[in-house]
Ligand binder design. Structure first.
Ligand code: HEM
Length: 228
């Protein structure tokens, strides 16, 4: 998927923050998007247990992200992103109950890469702009590339709603409109230059931590053999 890496300028010659963020992190996005595990998933050759393992790792990451989101709900920066319709843990629980059964919690554990990722999220309790970085990296991804993953997972595993409800955002209405409103929210943050820089660099780190989670999944789940 191509996206411009050139940040356009506004009428006043200033680059909107959302454009700056996207341009500064798109290279890291490419690494996540084109990672071996993601490619295997998108090519429809990842066995179902690999998909299930990814859903399980998402579960631990979103528990950390959404616990922190609730804790920061009244923060003037982080609180702007608090939106109940986005919350993914209830959907992940439903998906894992479908994929692994009601006792799924006894059958899954966070990988070392996921533990590093959740530990980093938890450290953002005192850095609201860092929380926004992690929020942006996951939810903007879920409403963008996640929608391609949803279609591939439906086709590859024959899943309908059950098992992929993580990617279904019925409560949000139009996803393109949500994405542009999200960018407007980023643009309206009144960040000091230092806080804006921290948000950009934390987003790069968030992508890298996500890529490490994918790399770990890729080591444990290889493509199924192609039959000619
Ligand atoms: C199958 C893999 C992926 C595909 C096909 C994909 C595709 C895309 C596409 C097409 C967009 C642009 C949407 C738009 O312009 O409105 C996008 C945006 C985005 N993706 Fe991905 N993506 C993938 C994986 C990921 C991963 C693994 C992450 C993070 C962990 C991620 C995070 C994001 C974010 C944060 C954006 C928003 C960028 C912005 O407009 O500011 N994506 N993705």
């Amino acid at each position: 998927m191509n996206a411009t890496t050139q940040a356009p300028t506004s009428r006043h010659g200033e680059v909107p923050f959302s454009e700056r963020l996207r341009a500064a992190t798109w290279g890291d996005h490419e690494a996540a998007e084109h990672h071996g595990f993601t490619r295997t998933l998108m090519e429809g050759v990842l066995p179902l247990d690999g998909y299930t393992a990814m859903v399980a790792q998402h579960y631990f990451a979103y528990v950390a992200l959404e616990d922190l989101g609730r804790a920061l709900a009244d923060d003037p920066v982080a609180g702007r992103f608090h939106q109940p319709e986005l919350l993914r843990v209830p959907a992940l629980v439903r998906d894992l109950e479908h994929l692994l059964g009601p006792d799924f919690r006894d059958r899954v554990s966070p990988s070392p890469a996921t533990r590093a990722y959740t530990a980093r999220i938890e450290r953002m309790a005192d850095h609201p702009e860092g929380f926004v970085a992690h929020h942006y990296t996951r939810y903007m991804g879920d409403v963008s590339g996640g929608q391609f993953i949803r279609r591939v997972a439906a086709r590859t595993y024959g899943l309908t709603h059950e098992g992929l409800s993580f990617y279904v955002f019925d409560g949000l209405g139009s996803l393109p409109r949500f994405r542009s409103e999200y960018r407007a929210r980023l643009d309206s943050l009144e960040l000091t230059p230092a806080a804006a820089d921290r948000l950009v660099s934390e987003t790069r780190l968030a992508y890298q931590l996500n890529t490490e989670v994918l790399a770990d999944l890729g080591r444990r789940h290889t493509p199924r053999a192609q039959v000619d």
